[in-house]
Design a protein. Structure first.
Length: 221
């Protein structure tokens, strides 16, 4: 191992899936990444919470359909009790209810099991950096869902939102992830994250799905 690899901070990851045939190979493959270390494998939400409590953990790669405590409930518990731990959902289910429930519970990423190892590793790194990652199928379904649901009235955008924050909200409403927003606006992803944090605080936006709804309501998407 060279010096740069030794100095690299490795992300501590928990892999959660009730099927050992999925869980164990996935953990082994992710361990091949120089900057990712799988510190625990869990078969249900209860085991996830125990692994995180034992820590340290940066990211949980979470299946949704597990016996006992499922992935959505485990995500909600982690968001409340360990907000520093990011959750990336990796599941075979890409239906509207599953997507919205997981994102509302606090998941930062949502991938289907069609995702390759590199896609999963990128999502883990992005989530650890506070960014949201949705695969294309999930983005398309999320946008279709929020556009067909009525948006509650009486939610105008605050007057103190800056023009740049309005631009960011517009691009979120189009389904773009942080990296694509940064490229379009010629700014860094860190700056995009700052604008999103400020925007969410000013407009009382709860999550990315809520941001899409607000963008549509404001005629920005």
């Amino acid at each position: 191992m060279n010096e740069s690899t030794q100095d690299m901070r490795r992300l501590h990851v928990v892999v959660a899936d009730d099927q050992a045939a999925v869980r164990e190979p996935l953990a082994a493959v992710l361990d091949l990444s120089e900057d990712i270390e799988v510190v625990a494998a869990a078969a249900d939400g209860t085991e996830v919470l125990a692994a995180v409590a034992a820590g340290p953990v940066d990211v949980v790669l979470m299946d949704l359909r597990m016996p006992g405590m499922d992935g959505t409930e485990a995500t909600r518990r982690l968001t409340e009790e360990h907000p520093e731990v990011a959750v990336v959902v990796l599941t075979t289910f890409a239906d509207d209810d599953s997507i919205l429930a997981a994102l509302s519970a606090g998941a930062r990423g949502y991938l289907t099991k069609n995702a390759g190892r590199q896609d999963i590793a990128r999502a883990i790194r992005a989530a650890a950096a506070g960014q949201s990652v949705l695969d294309r199928e999930v983005q398309d379904r999320l946008l279709a869902t929020v556009r067909t649901k009525p948006t509650p009235p009486g939610q105008p955008l605050p007057r103190d939102i800056t023009p740049r924050e309005r631009e960011v909200l517009t691009l979120i409403g189009q389904g773009l992830p942080n990296r694509a927003i940064a490229e379009k606006l010629f700014i860094s992803e860190a700056t995009v994250k700052t604008h999103i944090n400020n925007l969410f605080a000013k407009a009382d936006i709860k999550d990315r799905a809520d941001a899409v709804r607000r963008a549509i309501a404001a005629g920005l998407a």
